[in-house]
Design a binder for this molecule. Structure first.
Ligand code: FES
Ligand code: FES
Length: 167
């Protein structure tokens, strides 16, 4: 044998942030690389690339997944939401993003896209989460900067606002 086996590319069609998208990729390409490189959506961050840090978290059919552990072909036919999909229609930050900014829920920002996706999934399921719910929802998302307190606060604020309250 010898030499590298030639990988075939296939066209992957999926919905990303509400839009039908397609691009060619080899079967070994992760969803993370596909989003960043084939679709140009670089908001999803690459950290450890082996499922530990959570920086690459995206929503797959509403559930947060680590896009470094999913092959792009596995997402074919499914709906993916990335951090770019959390912005408002006019491109300004969405409610959760605003709350993170107000509460200083980010410093370097590296973990932030994954945190936001994890938080969004939590709030979709639990509009009135307890602090424990929030901490559990982001337990797989590592942040080296904030100590998590302001992140929890930001998610609580966004939840309260979505319910029509203040905090
Ligand atoms: S890059 Fe995927 S979990 Fe770290
Ligand atoms: S803000 Fe720097 S890793 Fe979380």
């Amino acid at each position: 044998m010898g030499g590298l086996a030639r990988m075939t590319t296939e066209t992957i069609r999926l919905t990303v942030n509400g839009r039908a998208r397609e691009a060619a990729a080899e079967p070994r390409v992760t969803l993370l690389d596909f989003l960043r490189e084939a679709l140009g959506l670089t908001g999803t961050h690459m950290g450890c690339e082996h499922g530990v840090c959570g920086a690459c978290t995206v929503s797959l059919d509403g559930a947060p997944v680590r896009s470094c552990l999913v092959f792009a072909v596995q997402a074919a036919g499914h709906a993916v939401t990335t951090v770019e999909g959390l912005a408002r229609e006019d491109g300004t930050p969405g409610a959760l993003q605003e709350a993170f900014a107000e509460c200083h829920g980010l410093q370097c920002g590296y973990c932030t896209p994954g945190m936001l996706i994890a938080a969004e999934a939590l709030l979709a399921e639990r509009p009135d989460p307890t602090e424990d719910d929030i901490r559990e929802a982001i337990a797989g998302n590592l942040c080296r900067c904030t100590g998590y307190v302001q992140i929890v606060e930001a998610i609580r604020l966004a939840a309260a606002r979505a319910r029509g309250g203040d905090r």
